[in-house]
Ligand binder design. Structure first.
Ligand code: CDP
Ligand code: CDP
Length: 224
């Protein structure tokens, strides 16, 4: 494949976006960008500094004064916030519970989208999030929308927690994921939506490898 294209992968929490996006980016030797990590990093900073996450103006000031860097490593991507490695911290429960409140603000989204479009300006990118196919990269050559049942998605997060040795409550995970789905898909600005030209893949009963293969064949078809 000669031309370096852009691949947009969207969908709700734990649909498998980042796992397959990393495989696809690795196969194509493309850059991988996890846009959720950018919203999580800002959320982590606002919670650490006691900034009211309902106060859009205060949050924008904070974001304008914040450097978020995504650095690829062998396992995927490290996240740096003002030069500090926060890869683990941004996945904690407090951040997860607040991130949808932060990401609903219009001016926060505008600045994040501006930064994401800069990262993607030369193509050769696989970007995952909620609004990549609809707003960030509307001209992406390949758009994928991943879904899976909420039961399966909660189970995936539960299994990840157990593997890491963390305590985990399946019922609570299901509630947390359902609430975040609702907030992300009902917000006014750039809600979670399938782009009209995206292919939808239900990953509920597929393996990671099967999903990655489907996306790779779609990419080959679109770029032939
Ligand atoms: O990994 P997980 O699916 O749990 O979430 P994430 O991709 O890290 O995204 C965290 C949150 O950031 C989402 O629930 C959205 O509120 C927000 N987000 C967004 O609004 N737009 C994006 N492009 C990416 C994430
Ligand atoms: O990025 P997103 O929140 O959409 O999902 P993720 O962080 O990639 O997490 C998905 C989890 O489900 C990972 O532990 C994967 O190994 C697992 N999984 C998957 O991603 N896709 C499947 N088809 C099956 C399992």
């Amino acid at each position: 494949m000669e031309k370096k294209i852009s691949v947009a992968i969207d969908g709700p929490a734990a649909a498998g976006k980042s796992t397959v996006a990393k495989i696809v980016a690795g196969t194509l030797n493309y850059i991988y960008v996890d846009t959720g990590a950018m919203y999580r990093a800002l959320t982590y900073k606002s919670l650490s500094e006691g900034v009211d996450i309902g106060n859009e103006i205060a949050l924008v000031h904070l974001l304008n004064d914040t450097v978020i860097e995504l650095k690829p490593n062998d396992y995927g991507q490290l996240v740096f916030l003002d030069n500090q490695n926060v890869t683990e911290e941004i996945r904690n429960n407090e951040v997860t519970a607040s991130v949808s409140e932060v990401s609903k603000h219009k001016s926060i989204r505008e600045e994040m989208v501006r930064r994401q479009q800069l990262l993607a300006k030369h193509g050769g990118i696989v970007m995952d999030g909620r609004d990549i196919g609809t707003h960030v990269l509307p001209a992406a050559e390949v758009k994928v929308f991943l879904i899976a049942s909420v039961e399966e998605r909660a189970l995936r997060r539960h299994q990840e927690n157990i593997q890491k040795g963390f305590s985990s409550n399946l019922g609570k995970l299901k509630e947390e994921i359902s609430l975040r789905d609702k907030l992300d898909s009902e917000r006014e600005v750039a809600p979670l939506r399938k782009a009209h030209d995206a292919i939808e893949i239900d990953t509920t009963s597929l393996s990671v490898q099967q999903v990655a293969e489907k996306i790779m064949s779609w990419i080959e078809e679109r770029t032939r």
